[in-house]
Design a binder for this molecule. Sequence first.
Ligand code: ZN
Length: 234
Amino acid sequence: MKITTQILLFIFLMGCSPTNPKGKGISTSKGTVKNGELINGRRFPKKGSNYKYFSKITYFLKNRAWVNAKVLDIAIEAYKECEITMPERKFLLMECSHKKGGKMWPHRTHQNGTSIDFASPLKKNEKPYHGDQWKGIFHYAMNFDSFGRYKRNKKISIDFEAMAKHILALDKAAKKRNMYVKKVLLKINLKDDFFKTQSGKKVKAKGIYFAKYLPKLIDNAHDDHYHIDFAFKK
Ligand SMILES: [Zn+2]
């Protein structure tokens, strides 16, 4: 790449943050999250009033912010509800699917536009903490202990109540569209803290499924974010 092209690309990436979704036509999620494709998907806006997509590199260059149109509507409606229930809270959206789905390294799923990684909402001194929102792809490298405390600064910890409220909002928005939260992946040793919260108890009462066992590598990856697979009701 010529230097001028690089500079132009840099300026483009710094300045550009689409606030509208991209894509048209009827969305189809073919196959499964582990072996599938996405037809006529939608790309998330780069940011909304209380959320943003985490990385310009994966958004623009790698095209990894695509989902089924219904999944986009669900996520956006849930963020709208969270704006009312948690006005101080900003959310971070992480990897989704490629424009046409298919394999997306290093994920085993995320193949048909029905999987989303959501950054774990954080708190410091019981107040929403957003310092992690500048980490970009390095957000995936954050590590938390079994109580959900950030290993590099124990004053910062996962806000499980906010996470649970968000999952409840997603479930509600999904049901309106004949879809549901099929599976949540959260690090196994964090689940007890999650289900202890007021809204965590509601998540449990609704029977929303959380993975019961995860291979070590996958388990260790799911502390800085929670992965959700949505599915269509039969
Ligand atoms: Zn994931």
